[in-house]
Design a protein around this ligand. Structure first.
Ligand code: FAD
Length: 396
């Protein structure tokens, strides 16, 4: 007979957002159950997925507060001192730098996604108030008085005062709850892999928005970088099929020899590029967080930072209600979360959509528009400062 579980909060998805929320809620004294279809062993020791997460200082502090940052091996963390953005063939870049305004003189740090996942999983494992139900998905979502019930694939049930969907941008839980979302297949693929190179990267992230492809370079330790290439599916498949020498030579050409010869030193990972935005974030005793709420274009490099912001906002509302002895799954708690998070993510979604529509479009009007957008960003002080202060928010 499968066992039934009762919790204050049930979280679907033990990705970085779901696990971070679990740890924050358990620290308040709440009983939390986390369900994931991935087997225990793969969550405990996540495989290499090629993603290097650019964390802002705000995100780093939130992870430290939750006791997750302390579990990260500092050898795997690389500082970002400056970010440069190039448009097409224009020689001038828009630069975002830590400079004098950040105590650490950095704008953030790069941490492999699998390292964050492992650290969050270990933190969850060490808290006896968190129950991990792994290796199975959710088959149904039901409503009862003052609780919601998740039916799991093994036939067991999980009852909770609040269900949180943290099951990624294609969230099944969001669909089961009937929450509408705008999902878009951009028609592009993202290829990521690690490369060694001859010249130092100067701890600078570089993004080039070409007309057919967008390229980014993320500086890692010891004269290596991660390359992130947004390509048409045909070009992505052709590149991924090359042997190491031919791949390295092609990528060196793509990056115009800016760091000298580049040599592939890791596996190539390929992702179809979907973006998504949930029009509503809450339903009866249910909330969306992380990519289930908004799945941004990787070119924004803010997906997980925004996911952590959703964790922070939901945990804050729950904490206030819990301290008052109230109902943590009430519509008042959830509406306050929805208002605060939607206000923050809507501009990011619009910016991300501009990236998708303008940077994938080689037609003359789009070229002109993006040229104008980037020229404006370079020249107009307030916009540039707005971007910098967004990255450096709370960094002092
Ligand atoms: C190439 C690439 C580069 C990126 N770079 C950056 C970056 O530099 N900075 C940044 O901030 N972000 C970046 N991102 C985005 C970042 O990786 C995501 O925003 C983040 O992983 C989302 O976390 P999440 O926990 O919401 O979802 P996910 O990581 O998608 O986790 C969802 C979890 O839910 C589980 N699940 C799914 N369906 C079910 C189900 N039905 N039942 C049970 N469990 C289920 C999955 O197994 C998974 O464990 C990048 C993304 C890509 C693809």
């Amino acid at each position: 007979m499968p066992e039934n579980t009762m919790a204050d909060v049930a979280i679907v998805g033990a990705g970085p957002a779901g696990l971070c929320l679990a740890v924050e809620l358990a620290a308040m004294g709440l009983e939390v159950a986390v369900v994931d279809r991935i087997p225990y062993s793969a969550l405990a020791e996540p495989g290499e997925d090629g993603r290097e997460i650019a964390l802002t200082h705000t995100s780093r502090r939130q992870l430290a507060w939750a006791g997750i940052w302390q579990r990260i091996d500092m050898q795997s963390v690389a500082p970002i001192r400056e970010a440069q953005l190039y448009n097409g063939d224009a020689p001038q870049a828009m630069t975002l730098a830590g400079g004098e305004r950040s105590a650490s003189r950095t704008i953030g740090q790069l941490v492999p996604n699998r390292v964050i996942r492992r650290a969050a999983f270990e933190a969850a494992l060490d808290d006896s108030r968190i129950t991990l139900l792994t290796g199975q998905g959710v088959s149904a979502l039901e409503t009862a008085t003052r609780t919601r019930t998740l039916r799991l694939e093994d036939g067991s049930r999980l009852d909770a005062r609040l269900v949180v969907a943290a099951d990624g941008r294609m969230s099944v839980t969001r669909r089961m709850a009937g929450l509408p979302a705008h999902l878009e297949d951009t028609g592009r693929k993202v290829l990521v892999c690690r490369m060694a190179h001859e010249r130092p990267h100067g701890e600078t992230t570089w993004s080039w928005f070409g007309y057919e492809r967008a390229l980014a370079l993320l500086p890692l330790n010891e004269q290596t970088s991660s390359v992130v290439m947004t390509l048409t599916p045909t070009e992505a498949e052709r590149l991924a099929s090359l042997d190491v020498a031919a791949f390295s030579a092609t990528v060196t050409d793509f990056y115009r020899h800016c760091l000298g010869d580049m040599q592939r030193i890791g596996e190539v990972h390929s992702y179809p590029l979907w973006v998504g935005y949930a029009q509503r974030l809450v339903e009866e005793r249910l909330a969306l967080i992380g990519d289930a709420a908004i799945g941004l274009h990787p070119a924004t490099a803010h997906g997980f930072n925004v996911g952590l912001a959703s964790v922070h906002r939901l945990a804050r509302e729950i904490s206030m209600e819990h301290r008052r002895g109230g109902d943590i799954g009430s519509s008042a708690v959830l509406s306050a979360y929805e208002r605060a998070h939607q206000r923050a993510i809507r501009p990011l979604w619009l910016a991300s959509q501009t990236v998708v529509s303008l940077y994938g479009d080689a037609r003359p009007p789009a070229r002109m528009l993006r040229q104008a957008a980037l020229g404006l960003a370079r020249q107009v002080g307030p916009l540039r400062w707005g971007l910098e202060s967004y990255l450096l928010r709370d960094a002092r």
